[in-house]
Each structure stands twice: as C-alpha cells, then as structure tokens.
Design a binder for this molecule. Structure first.
Ligand SMILES: Nc1nc2c(ncn2[C@@H]2O[C@H](COP(=O)(O)OP(=O)(O)OP(=O)(O)O)[C@@H](O)[C@H]2O)c(=O)[nH]1
Length: 241
C-alpha cells in the first residue's frame, strides 16, 4: 500500500483514481464536486476557469480509495485545456441539467470528444443533475435511454439537495476498484502506485478537500497508452440508476 508523507501526515491508500467531470457550462459540475468533497452547496458559484481539482478519500470494503476529482470548465473557450485532462481519466462523468434541453442536446458532441481524447478503457457515467428543480425538461427515461444506447452508467442527482451525489462517487470508486482487481487497469495501477511511493505526485495538492487551478499537463505526460494500457472492447454495464 502506498504511504505518502505530506506535511508530516502519513497517508495510506490502496488505489488512486482520477475522475473527470465534463459537460456544458452551468450544469452543476462544480457544485457536485463541492457537495461530495466538502458537503456544501456553494452560494453564487462562479464559472470554472480552466480546470480545478479536489481530493477525497473514501472507504470501499475496508480499503482506502483516493479519488482525485477534476472539475473542468464547460465554456467552449477552455475546451483545448480541458480536453488534455480526458486522457488520464479512469472515469469520466458527463453531466447535463435535467431542466435544460440544450445541455442534453450537446451530449453527442461531448461523446465525440470522449471518443477522440479519452482512453477506450475509461468508465463513462451520465449524470442528469438538478432533480430538485420543478421545471424539468428531460424525463428520467430519456437520460436512461441515452446512457443505455451509449454504454454508460446513469444516475440523476441534485447537488443542491445532496441527492445521489455520495452514491455517484462511491459507485464509481467501487466500480473502478473492481476493474483494477479484474486487471482492466493494470498499467494504470502500476503507474499510480509507483508515482505515489515516497512523495506527492506532480499534479496533486497536498491536502484532501483542497482546490487549485492548474495549467494543462505537459505534452506527453498522460498518453492513453502509458497510463491506461492499450484499447480493449468497450465494457458494457449500463445498470446504475
Ligand atoms: N437547483 C439547482 N441548482 C444547481 C444545482 N447544481 C448547481 N446548480 C446551480 O447551477 C449553477 C451552475 O453551477 P456550477 O456548479 O457552477 O456549474 P458548472 O457546470 O460547474 O459550470 P462551469 O464551471 O461554467 O462549467 C449555479 O448557479 C448553481 O447554484 C442543483 O443540483 N440544483
């Protein structure tokens, strides 16, 4: 188990996974991350500039699993920066707003980006956020069908009411742990294990629940092959709801 010394605190964990949130501006990506990592719904949340990340350690079957959660800006002007973060993701969370048809209509475009920039081994999850809103435009079955068609997990959430947010991230941690154990992420596991032995990784902040704005990774830092291994048949488990 890696032991990392940060500020005099020894941290042990079994696996470290990178989870990246994408989707249109304003769908609630930052609020989902902050709800999960800090247990709050930020008032007057401003648009994300570039990319942010936060860390949270969870316990799955008695093992500590560290989630490095990357929150990307939805605005088009940051797209070239955010795309460079897809490649090293173990899970991609594609978020739309259930009260906004246009955010749903953009999903095929986001999927094309995933196909182009992410590893084919990435775990893909579709999230319909803002279920607390009464002006719903997208019925649940529409999201479910889209996820089913595109081989994704599906869940609806409310960052505001804390509905299903914990479940979303815990299920991802469970699923990724299972995938590692099945050998799906063997190279990734090796890389993350060795990267974390004896010191902090270059792109991690020192404390859980901290947030920083970061420049994009250097070219070649996170190629799909070096991190996640070669491509494989797409996994099929669109079952979460
Ligand atoms: N009603 C409701 N509003 C939400 C929810 N989640 C986020 N919001 C609101 O939606 C707006 C946008 O939230 P953000 O979390 O900044 O959205 P984002 O997807 O991170 O936006 P970008 O950073 O621009 O990509 C804010 O006004 C939030 O308060 C939710 O679950 N319910």
């Amino acid at each position: 188990m890696p032991a990392v010394l940060w500020g005099g605190v020894m941290e042990d964990y079994k696996f470290l996974f990178k989870v990246v949130l994408i989707g249109n501006a304003g769908v609630g990506k930052t609020c989902l991350v902050r709800r999960f990592t800090q247990g709050l719904f930020p008032p007057g949340q401003g648009a994300t500039i570039g990319v942010d990340f936060m860390i949270k350690t969870v316990e799955i079957e008695g093992e500590k699993i560290k989630l490095q959660i990357w929150d990307t800006a939805g605005q088009e002007r940051f797209r070239s920066i955010t795309q460079s973060y897809y490649r090293s993701a173990h899970a991609l969370i594609l978020v739309y707003d259930i009260s906004s048809q246009p955010t749903f209509d953009c999903l095929p475009g986001w999927l094309r980006e995933i196909e182009q920039y992410a590893s084919c081994k990435v775990l893909r999850v579709l999230v319909g956020n803002k279920t607390d809103r009464e002006d719903r435009e997208l019925p649940t079955h529409v999201g479910e069908e889209f996820a089913h068609t595109h081989n994704m997990y599906f869940i609806e959430t409310s960052a505001k009411e804390a509905d299903n947010v914990e479940k979303l991230f815990i299920e991802i941690a469970k699923e990724l742990t299972q995938l590692v154990r099945n050998g799906h992420f063997d190279k990734a596991f090796h890389r993350l294990y060795t990267d974390n032995k004896g010191g902090a990784v270059g792109d991690m902040s020192p404390q859980d629940n901290s947030s920083v704005n970061l420049p994009p990774p250097r070219h070649g830092d996170h190629s799909p092959d070096s991190v996640l291994g070669g491509c494989c048949p797409r996994w099929s488990a669109p079952q979460d709801s």
